[in-house]
Design a protein around this ligand. Structure first.
Ligand code: BGC
Length: 732
């Protein structure tokens, strides 16, 4: 964050002028409270939605007429420095109170969860990461930044960069997958996209890296669960994306809910101060997750909320999301000497610097023009959402070239998900409009498919036998859209059984039994266990939750206007019992193999269903002439890739390494680079990927970085399984 001398001076003079209460007010992030207008308490309403007594639609209606408290009084009194909100008219009104009526006239920082798009929703991160295209990640983030800033939201609770290796965890959908290298590339690009275009205050926002840290390692994939790991694993796998994004200039970080090795991240001085601020060098502030400070009492590391507040601030927490504990208890702690005023000053300075860097002091308001700039999605935004959606689709299986489909075939489209525009959006999207969403059915109709639609059944409810019979009778080919509802992934949406929910497997069994060719199009927010499907369905398209353009993207792939090129950013297990299963697993003394006394399951072996980096194309690629050259400072891996099929296509060439012998056990594969290459039929290109030798090391438990001479295996290929390998001796 680079500020001018005058800006730095303004912050210092504000700090001089502020009372302790005003300082603590800046450390308080509030959300709009629902205060009434309905007959039962708000908490019960939420429970009613959870247990099905109230539909989402009814809940939405109640919320629209609910009475809200926008905390005008507290803003005026300088007790709230940041707010979660997405209404620009209200945002302007509240900013006016902050900058005209509060004593020190400090603008509010308005934040929101903008995870994969604002008005224009693009694919969930798990899908987008599969495009393996940093430049795309950056462009989509830039679009989201402009859209949200035009509505007064200057702070995104994004990117979510939790390395996530257990498909049972619902939040795998929000992040870019399992691999520290790919997640780091994603993290850097997202920060650039959100923050770097400072040509106008309307073009950039503050990023908030989350969830710091190791939330993705929650035990058994159960949300909010405990995490325990060697420190070396933290340094080698879970911290690198945060380190990369902090280096890129990310100006805020959100602490995770979980404990890490026994201390909640929220109150963890080693993580927040020693690592994040002092070692990684965060030049911004840390905010708790929602209610996170109070939850330290439930964790059992704080006696009561006041204690939790003192622990958090002393650990390095700068802002309290949602509990008001800082506001209520920090003054008494400072007076009693349990928290130093210096700690408070440092937190406030970090927050004020971000507000200044965002230009909020000079431009606190949203103009009337900006407010309505994206009421109708601009064509370029739709195009980018479509491009991202197409590039995120992964072709998992395509026996006998069933795909692409010919236009004259009669298609029976099956599955309730096919005709449900709301379900294409994915978890954590808050500002989209239903009229912008293109369902798969709509996409197929627009492309001119010869189509009849038979809902038959979906993730919930019974199958409709008559509709199944009609689908089988009427179609030359059946396109079955199956998968998860949006509500089945995201926060608090862990699943113990990650096969297709409800009666969808049965539906597929019936369709396959008809002997008509079946194409399965998946809509889901996590890797699913699809062993049966992979054995019995001839063509499988992984469509994830792709955002507003999903239907058009899927139709384009099904009819071959787009040759699919997405890859898996997360390993697909055969069954949930294999979870967590991931590419970068440390080796064991008995590596999994066909023989019994090795690290394997009797009933599921040791291999996943689909490896990391996997994805097919309508063409085929051949790898040959692989070579590895060593220079003083780098290793250069090269391979020829030939398009051996009949269609032009894009391949993602991946570089992996394995440190064969080291002072601590190393992973059997580590992704170290990738390059996308587009080839016409018959064309060959030599793909060269360089690896800095300084990136071939690893951390130990004390965060000492080791570069150890010895044999390394270097792999290049189409995914973590299908690679060519060469051994080289590397000296550093
Ligand atoms: C989530 C965060 C989110 C926050 C604010 C929490 O429940 O864990 O990811 O940013 O809510 O909405």
């Amino acid at each position: 964050m680079i500020l001018s001398k005058q800006q730095e001076a303004k912050i210092q003079s504000l700090l001089q002028e502020m009372t302790l209460e005003e300082k603590i007010g800046q450390m308080n992030l509030a959300s709009v409270s629902i205060v009434g207008g309905f007959d039962v308490p708000f908490e019960e309403l939420i429970e009613m939605v959870g247990d099905g007594r109230l539909s989402n639609e009814e809940f939405g209606k109640i919320m629209q007429s609910a009475e809200r408290d926008f905390h005008e009084e507290e803003i005026r009194a300088g007790k709230i420095g940041s707010l979660m909100l997405q209404d620009p008219v209200k945002a302007n009104a509240l900013q006016k109170i902050a900058v005209e009526e509060s004593r020190l006239k400090i603008p509010l920082l308005i934040g929101l969860d903008v995870i994969h798009g604002f008005r224009t929703v693009y694919p969930i991160a798990l899908a987008e990461a599969g495009a393996f295209e940093p430049e795309l990640f950056e462009r989509t983030a830039r679009m989201a930044a402009r859209e949200s800033r035009s509505r007064g939201v200057a702070w995104h609770f994004a990117p979510m960069i939790d390395v996530a290796r257990d498909a049972r965890w619902g939040r795998v959908s929000e992040g870019p997958g399992e691999d520290p290298f790919l997640v780091s590339e994603f993290a850097r690009s997202k920060v650039r996209g959100l923050q770097n275009d400072q040509t106008s205050t309307e073009h950039y926002v503050a990023a908030c890296l989350k969830h710091y840290v190791a939330y993705g390692a929650c035990e058994a994939g159960r949300d909010y669960n405990t995490t325990t790991m060697a420190r070396s694993l933290l340094h080698n796998a879970y911290l690198p994306p945060f380190e990369a994004a902090v280096q890129e200039g990310a100006v805020s970080v959100m602490a995770a809910f979980n404990d890490w090795n026994g201390i909640p991240c929220t109150g963890n001085k080693f993580l927040l101060t020693t690592m994040l601020k002092e070692t990684l060098g965060l030049d911004g502030f840390v905010v708790s997750d929602a209610n996170g400070i109070r939850e330290c009492v439930a964790h059992g590391t704080a006696k009561e909320e006041s204690d939790a507040g003192a622990q958090a601030v002393n650990a390095g927490m700068d802002m309290d999301m949602g509990t008001g504990i800082f506001l209520k208890h920090l003054p008494e702690h400072v007076k009693a000497g349990r928290v130093s005023e210096r700690t408070i000053d440092q937190a406030v300075e970090r927050i004020l610097r971000v507000k200044m860097w965002l230009g909020l002091f000079d431009h606190p308001y949203v103009s009337e023009e900006a407010m309505h700039r994206y009421d109708v999605l601009p064509p370029q935004h739709r195009e980018l959402a479509l491009e991202a959606a197409k590039k995120s689709i992964v072709l998992l299986k395509n026996d006998e070239h069933l795909l692409p489909l010919k236009k004259d075939l009669k298609i029976s489209l099956v599955g309730t998900l096919a005709d449900n525009p709301e379900e294409i959006i994915g978890s954590w999207a808050m500002s989209w409009k239903i009229e912008d969403c293109v369902s798969i059915k709509q996409g197929l109709e627009r492309i001119g498919a010869n189509l009849t639609y038979h809902p038959c059944g979906g993730p919930e409810g019974e199958l409709n036998e008559a509709e199944i019979e009609a689908a089988v009778r009427e179609g030359d080919v059946i396109v079955a859209v199956v998968g998860e509802l949006v509500s089945m992934s995201g926060e608090a949406a862990s699943r113990a059984d990650i096969s297709l929910p409800g009666a969808q497997r049965k539906l597929l069994e019936k369709l396959v039994a008809s002997k008509k060719p079946v194409v399965a199009v998946l809509m889901n927010g996590r890797p699913l266990a699809l062993e049966w499907e992979a054995q019995h369905i001839p063509a499988i398209v992984e469509g994830w939750h792709l955002g507003v353009e999903m239907g058009n993207a899927v139709a384009s792939v099904l009819f071959g206007e787009t040759n699919p090129s997405g890859r898996l950013a997360s390993t697909f297990p055969k069954t949930a019992g294999q979870c967590p299963i991931y590419m970068s697993h440390p080796n064991t003394g008995r590596p999994g193999s066909k023989s019994k006394f090795t690290s394997r399951y009797l009933d599921a072996g040791f291999e996943p269903l689909y490896p990391f980096g996997y994805g097919l194309s309508y063409t085929t690629f051949d790898y040959h002439a692989f070579s590895v050259a060593l220079e003083d400072k780098r290793l250069i891996a090269s391979v020829n890739v030939t398009n051996t099929g009949k269609a032009a296509g894009t391949e993602t060439v991946q570089l992996y390494m394995r440190d064969v012998t080291a002072s601590i056990v190393r992973p059997i594969r580590e992704l170290k680079g990738f390059k996308k290459v587009t080839l016409n039929p018959g064309e060959t290109k030599r793909v060269v990927i360089e690896l800095e030798k300084s990136h071939m090391g690893f951390y130990d438990d004390d965060r000492k970085y080791h570069l150890e001479d010895g044999v390394f295996q270097i792999f290049m290929g189409a995914n973590a399984r299908d690679c060519m390998m060469q051994e080289v001796v590397v000296t550093f």
